[in-house]
Ligand binder design. Structure first.
Ligand code: BMA
Length: 317
């Protein structure tokens, strides 16, 4: 057993990993990076699975996991998202269904996720209201783009998103941008928001998750990578954006808030990975929950005090 010496604000739940491949109702090798939201008082996760062999002819799928207590989940055997015929070409563009970002806007839940592409992923959007069926809304970003994360409400009458229009290669190539839309279809007013290198722990690339509204600003959990001669380490960071103008950064933590240290993060299918797609914030309980993918094999949970995290962003701790 690994003893974690230096957790910073976020604490690993003792029940980790809370979802393992063997918990899955279909044969899976990896259960990983997940979208997260509240639905009818329950915690809902959209869990990406890489199947063991083909399941109904598919290599991957995104499955709904629901829970009353946020720890014990019931997982649907039938995937909610299993790829579409977008782009034709024997599903070339939508054959690897992973990394969903889930945003609740009113009574609707939007799922943005990467589609395959020869020069990198494009971004596909689906919508659900019942977590049983989805409506495919199309492609909302050209490749290479990983992955637009929608804000949960309009700001100044426009939908807002963060994404990583990755281009080039090498250190510092992946940065986060903000853009706006009148209808979730046509996007513009692009502005760069945050570049890798704002902390040495995230020197290679960074990527967004779905922002959470707090009384002090939009809390934006990010992933960021650090490249060594041995491997790429995926950690979790936090940024605070202005409530009325989210293109303004109010503050950010000076380093990671979660980095691979536990055995289920250090070993596994891809070692050294903590990969978030969102977070759940409850300011009344002063709680933040981040369900994250650990080593591309498990779903894990880290919890912390949201006021402490916001304070750390503002002070740059
Ligand atoms: C990223 C994504 C994630 C994955 C991570 C680590 O590029 O593909 O799905 O968790 O790499 O392997």
């Amino acid at each position: 057993m690994v003893i974690i010496m230096n957790e910073f604000i976020m604490h690993r739940h003792p029940a980790n990993p809370i979802i393992k491949p063997e918990d899955f109702p279909v044969p899976a090798d990896s259960v990983m990076n997940c979208g997260q939201a509240m639905y009818k008082g329950k915690t809902v996760l959209l869990v990406a699975a890489i199947y063991r062999g083909l399941v109904n002819g598919k290599r991957t799928g995104i499955h709904v996991a629901m829970s009353d207590d946020g720890i014990n989940f019931e997982i649907d055997a039938k995937p909610l998202c299993s790829g579409t015929d977008f782009g034709g070409d024997e599903m070339f563009y939508d054959c690897w269904v992973i990394d969903p970002r889930l945003t609740q806007i009113g009574d609707e839940y939007y799922i943005s996720r990467p589609g395959e592409g020869a020069i990198g992923p494009c971004a596909l959007l689906e919508k659900t209201t019942d977590f049983k069926t989805t409506e495919f809304l199309g492609c909302i970003a050209l490749p290479p783009n990983r992955v637009p994360c929608l804000f949960p409400e309009k700001i100044d009458g426009k939908y807002v998103r963060l994404d990583r229009p990755m281009s080039g290669s090498g250190k510092g190539c992946g940065e986060i941008w903000i853009s706006y839309s009148p209808d979730l279809k046509f996007w513009g007013d692009y502005k760069p928001l945050l570049k890798p290198g704002f902390t040495p722990q995230f020197d290679f690339k960074i990527g967004p998750t779905v922002p959470a509204k707090t009384s002090k600003g939009w809390l934006e959990i990010i992933h960021g990578t650090w490249d060594s001669c041995a491997d790429t380490r995926y950690s979790v960071g936090a940024v605070l954006l202005d409530l009325n103008d989210p293109s303004k950064i109010i503050g950010h933590c000076n380093s990671w808030i979660l980095t691979p240290q536990a055995d289920y993060e250090l070993t596994g299918h891809v070692r050294d990975v903590c990969f978030p797609c969102g977070c759940l914030v409850d300011e009344e309980k002063d709680e933040i929950r981040i369900y994250y993918g650990a080593s591309d094999e498990f779903v894990c949970l880290a919890t912390g005090s949201v006021s402490e995290l916001i304070d750390a962003c503002i002070k740059g701790l």
